[in-house]
Design a protein around this ligand. Structure first.
Ligand SMILES: CC(C)=CCC/C(C)=C/COP(=O)(O)O
Length: 203
């Protein structure tokens, strides 16, 4: 028995307790009967906007339709980024195995087995990574750039409001997604570094 728990242990346990308490208070759209239950349909639209399926299908479709070489290069790297994100999130979720908040109603659109776990939020990693990717590779007017950042932040906040996640799942997810983009940049696929891949799409 440990009679003298370390300062780090106490700090971590306190952080966890605050996290659980705050997440429950902020989960105002977790059920139809919750305080902000009427905003639940809107939150679920935001949820779909950050889901992997529309992003993967949209990127694959764009890749097949694109007839410009720079466009194909960006889309191929986005597809790689989205797949990398799914794998990394699944690995971390499988290792940490933190259960979703008890107030969450498990009615999410298309999930896989590791999605019963909540750390980190896959929507948050994807939103942060896609946000950095888009800001870096698309030439957008300032208002649109602000909208892209806002979208990522709102996707993160909506995870807690829907009761899907605790605050720390989302905070870690946003940081992880931000860093994942650096990995994508480091391993950027180009016709020079991966000629075979690009040959698949040359017309
Ligand atoms: C089935 C595919 C392609 C993706 C799953 C996307 C998904 C359901 C992620 C879980 O997100 P949260 O961890 O934020 O709840």
């Amino acid at each position: 028995m440990k009679l003298n728990p370390s300062f780090t242990g106490i700090a971590l346990r306190s952080l966890l307790a605050i996290d659980l308490w705050a997440s429950k208070r902020l989960g105002v759209c977790a059920r139809e009967g919750s305080a902000w239950g009427s905003a639940r349909p809107l939150m679920k639209v935001i949820e779909v906007s950050g889901h992997g399926i529309p992003w993967l299908l949209g990127t694959a479709y764009g890749l097949c339709r694109s007839d410009s070489s720079p466009g194909r290069e960006v889309l191929l790297n986005l597809l790689f980024a989205l797949l990398l994100d799914l794998v990394l999130v699944a690995v971390v979720k499988g290792l940490v195995r933190r259960r979703r908040p008890t107030h969450n109603k498990m009615d999410m659109f298309v999930t896989v087995s590791v999605d019963k776990y909540s750390f980190p939020s896959g929507h948050a990693t994807r939103a942060a990574m896609v946000c950095r990717f888009v800001l870096h590779h698309l030439v957008l007017a300032i208002p649109l750039r602000v909208l892209v950042v806002l979208w990522a932040v709102i996707v993160g906040i909506s995870r807690v409001m829907l009761g899907r996640h605790n605050v720390t799942d989302v905070a870690f997810g946003l940081i992880m997604g931000y860093m994942q983009y650096s990995v994508v940049e480091y391993f950027w696929l180009s016709p020079l570094s991966a000629p075979a891949l690009f040959a698949l799409w040359s017309h």
